[in-house]
Design a protein around this ligand. Structure first.
Ligand SMILES: Cc1cc2nc3c(=O)[nH]c(=O)nc-3n(C[C@H](O)[C@H](O)[C@H](O)COP(=O)(O)OP(=O)(O)OC[C@H]3O[C@@H](n4cnc5c(N)ncnc54)[C@H](O)[C@@H]3O)c2cc1C
Length: 452
């Protein structure tokens, strides 16, 4: 009996040794006819050749540069010695940080930002969803100042050279507080009244005080915080909701040690304290009312991006489980030829197809107000995209779990990476308000709830 499933799918040695019969030739023959992950829904008339090509570059980079180190990354949650140079390769060398900055500020100003984000999220999450999170959250909080028609050109010009330069510069979207996670995002009902982090105007400066927990790229990873705060503690006035930039090296900013989590080691999460942190008045994104208005676009992008990550994870699981069940023989035939296994395989494919179709449709709606009629910051997008994020996070969990069931102990082993996806994916349902808020806001949209 083999001690572990080591190299079962990577080398023929063990299989030749008779531990597992080698069916690779038959698989290769079938493989030429079998669909691949690129046959799942991705509407070609919506995703330009350029963006598809960008996805292929990310995929190649991931397979060549990241996958060989992937298991070491899982042990690097505290130091990020391996993660940081990899982040530089993607954010700086491959230009993800620059993708949404205007050309005048050094960026590439990609059109159809949600479509671009979805391709990035899918491809990176197929490799490592924690790394995808760290990459995409670098610019996530900046969307209200980066995207047209609500771009803040002065801030783009000030921070563009840092995000689009040759050195690693990382952003962090700091919303969650120790006493208030889902409630911060539940603006429709809580109206910001639980936000404890404050920004006080003092002459030409905002003075920030408060404590954030959990944001992606928090701790020592971030160079710049987008601070979700209020200008009047306890207020429910939308004009008091504020988004203010705080560079990590500002006097009064301090961070904690990384949290140890079940997965997503490539994303660093920690505490951030703001103690009388002074920043220029111009660091507030837009001002009363508009900060909240355009923040909603970022939240919708987070929901759709979360779904895209789930698609990326499920595609990776599809590849793994397809190969495994084509090679592993149980009761005289390959696993996939058993009806109960075929049921699982069918469900995996159905989950990918359904999530992809839904995700691409919402990405399209967000990127094309001229067709669908809603502004991308419309609160209705926030609410209904919660349903997509809820669905995607539910099916990705099921896909990982069911695939593992039929891979037996090998699925539970680190060697096959389904175990990694299974650990990593769980948080996609937990973040951004958790399944509770996702459910409520989705129901609020479709049924016009009055009290919830
Ligand atoms: C890997 C990772 C990355 C993260 N990235 C970021 C980031 O980039 N920025 C950031 O600011 N935060 C980030 N977070 C934090 C995350 O978004 C919050 O933890 C999340 O919003 C939930 O908040 P909470 O943990 O305080 O749970 P709570 O708000 O205490 O919620 C607890 C439970 O109650 C449910 N619930 C909420 N509202 C209701 C309601 N009205 N009725 C019934 N049930 C309800 C929730 O769904 C949840 O299940 C991250 C967390 C992790 C683990």
């Amino acid at each position: 009996m083999p001690a572990t499933g080591r190299s079962l799918l990577r080398s023929g040695d063990q299989m030749d040794a008779g531990v597992f019969p080698d069916h690779s030739e038959a698989v290769a023959k079938q493989g030429s006819k079998m669909p691949t992950i690129d046959d799942f829904i991705r509407p070609r008339e919506w995703v330009s050749d350029f963006v598809s090509e960008m996805g292929k570059v990310l995929r190649r980079w991931g397979e060549e540069r990241y996958v060989p180190m992937r298991r070491q990354v899982d042990e690097d949650w505290r130091e990020h010695k391996i993660v940081e140079p990899l982040l530089k390769e993607v954010l700086v060398d491959l230009g993800i940080n620059a993708a949404f900055f205007p050309a005048e500020a050094g960026g590439t100003e990609m059109p159809e930002p949600m479509t671009v984000c979805a391709v990035m999220a899918e491809e990176l999450a197929r490799i490592d969803s924690g790394f995808a999170t760290a990459c995409l959250c670098s610019v996530w909080g900046l969307m209200p100042i980066l995207l047209t028609p609500h771009r803040n050109m002065d801030l783009c010009m000030e921070f563009g050279p840092r995000f689009c330069g040759d050195e690693l510069y990382v952003g962090c979207h700091a919303m969650t507080e120790s006493d208030s996670g889902a409630d911060v995002e539940n603006f429709g009902r809580m109206k910001g009244r639980t936000i404890r982090t404050t920004a006080r105007l003092d002459g030409n400066e905002w003075v920030i005080n408060g404590h954030k927990v959990w944001p992606s790229n928090s701790g020592k990873a971030a160079d710049l915080f987008v601070v979700v705060c209020t200008t009047r503690k306890g207020s429910t006035d939308p004009n008091d909701f504020a988004l203010v930039l705080a560079p990590a090296d500002s006097t009064g900013v301090s961070v904690g040690n990384p949290y140890q989590k079940a997965g997503m080691a490539a994303d660093l999460n920690s505490d951030i304290w703001f103690d009388e942190v002074r920043v220029p008045k111009r660091y507030r994104f837009h001002g009363p009312g508009d900060d909240l208005k355009y923040w909603k676009r970022a939240i919708t992008m987070g929901n759709i991006g979360s779904a895209a990550m789930c698609v990326g994870i499920m595609k990776s699981v599809y590849e793994i489980v397809k190969k495994f069940t084509s090679q592993r023989v149980v009761a005289g035939k390959t696993l996939k030829e058993h009806s109960m296994v075929a049921d699982m395989l069918s469900e995996v494919a159905v989950c990918i197809e359904s999530t992809s179709a839904w995700m691409w449709q919402y990405a399209r709606e967000l990127d094309h107000p001229e067709i669908y009629g809603w502004d991308p910051w419309d609160e209705r997008f926030v609410l209904k995209s919660r349903g997509l994020a809820l669905y995607a996070s539910t099916v990705v969990e099921r896909v990982c779990s069911r695939a593992m069931d039929f891979m037996g102990s090998y699925g539970y082993s680190r060697e096959f990476d389904v175990e990694k996806h299974w650990r990593d994916q769980k948080v996609i349902g937990i973040w951004m308000g958790g399944k509770g808020l996702k459910t409520l806001e989705n129901a609020r949209y479709w049924y016009d709830l009055e009290t919830l």
